[in-house]
Design a protein around this ligand. Sequence first.
Ligand SMILES: Nc1ncnc2c1ncn2[C@@H]1O[C@H](COP(=O)(O)OP(=O)(O)O)[C@@H](O)[C@H]1O
Ligand SMILES: [Mg+2]
Length: 394
Amino acid sequence: MSRFLRKAIDKVWKLGRPQLEELLGKSLEENQLLSSVMDSMDEGVLVCDPKNRVLFWNKALERLVPLMGHEYQGRLAWHVIAEKSIADFVHETLESEDSVKDRQFTLDLGGQPRVLSCSVQALVQKGKIQGSLIMFRDATVRIVKEARLRRAESLASLTTLAAGVAHEIKNPLGSMGIHLQLMRKSLEQFGTCSKEESEEFLDIFDEEVEKLNKIVVDFLFAVRPMDLELKNLCIVGIFDEILGFLEEDLKSHNIQVYKEYEKGLPEVPLDGRYIKQALLNLIKNAVAAMPDGGDLKIHGGVKGDFLEIKVEDTGTGIPREEMDKIFEPYFTTKSFGSGLGLTLVFKIVKEHRGDIQVHSRVGEGTCFHIQLPLPRSGTQALLSSPKSSSEGGY
Ligand SMILES: Nc1ncnc2c1ncn2[C@@H]1O[C@H](COP(=O)(O)OP(=O)(O)O)[C@@H](O)[C@H]1O
Ligand SMILES: [Mg+2]
C-alpha cells in the first residue's frame, strides 16, 4: 500500500478530487488498521523521533506503565513516564543511543508487585536512525513460572537425594544386622559372649553408627533450605581468600594457578560463606583430578546480565557416561569421597538463582562454568515478596 501511495503522491498534481478522496480514504484505512493492530497488542509500545519526542503509543502502554498527563505527543519520552526508575532508564538509554533488551523493573501497584520488562532499540530505515522503539512487557507471570520450575527441579533433586540416603544407609544397617545375628548365635550356643568378641562387635557398632550419623548430618545439610545472607561482594576477594588458604596444598601438588579476572568486576549479592564453600569444592575436585600436577585456571567476568565464573583444570576429565551423574547426591569415583561436593555446589548456585554447566574431555581437563545474575531489582524484589518466599530450596 505505501508503495502505491508513494507513486500516487508523485503524480498528485494530476489527480482529480474523486481520486484524491479515494487515496486519502485508503491511507486512513491503512492507518486505522495499524492502530488497531497496535492497540490489540499485549506489549506497550512507545515510538519516538530522533530527538526522543513521542510520535506514537498504543493502549497497552497506558495500561502497563504509569504515565504523566494525557497528551503525550511531542513530549520527551522520559517526561511522559511517571515511574522514576523507568523514566531515568529510558532517559539514559536514549541519550546514550544504546540498545537494551529486557531490563526489569518492579512496580508496586496497590500492594501487588508486578515486574515490567523494558526494551529500547533504534528504528533504522535505509541505514539511518529514524527514532526509537520502546517496548514494555508484563514479565510477572513468566518470573513466577520460572520460580515454580526451579522449585519442581528442587523437589526432583529431593527425591534423588532421599533415594541416595536410602541406598547409603543400607550398608551400615546390613553390617549391624549381621553382627547382631552373630552375637545372638554365640549367646544361644555358649550362653555368653567373650570379652574380645563383645568388644569387636561393639567397635563395629560404633563405626557403623558413626557412618549413619554422617549420612544423616550430610543429608540434613543438603536438604535444609539455605538462609542466604546476601551481601554485595566481589568474587575476586573470595577467590583470593580460597587460593591463599590452599596455597601450600596447590604447591605440593605441583599445580600452577592462573587468575583471569576482568577489570572492574561488579559486586553481586552473595552469601560469602556458601559461595566460598562452593568454589572450594570445585577447586578441591580440580586438585584431585590432577594427581600429577597441572594448571588451574580461575576466570571471573561479566557476560550480559550475568557474572561468569569458571574453574578449569587440566586433569583427568569426566567420562561422558558419568557427566549426568556427577551432581547426583552420593555419586563419587573416589575411595573416600562423600559424593556430596557437587550436589552442594549445585544447590548453592541455584539458591543464588544462578546456573552451572560442565565441559569436560577425558585426558584433557574439565571446566565448571557458573553464571550468577547481576543485581536486577525487578526479579529480586518479586521473588522475595511474601507470596513467593517459599520458592526455592530442596
Ligand atoms: N574437576 C573434576 N575433574 C574430574 N572429575 C571430577 C571433577 N569434579 C568432579 N568430578 C567427578 O565427580 C564426582 C563427584 O564429585 P563430588 O560431588 O565433589 O564428590 P567427591 O569429590 O566426594 O567424589 C567425583 O568423584 C569425580 O568423579
Ligand atoms: Mg568433591
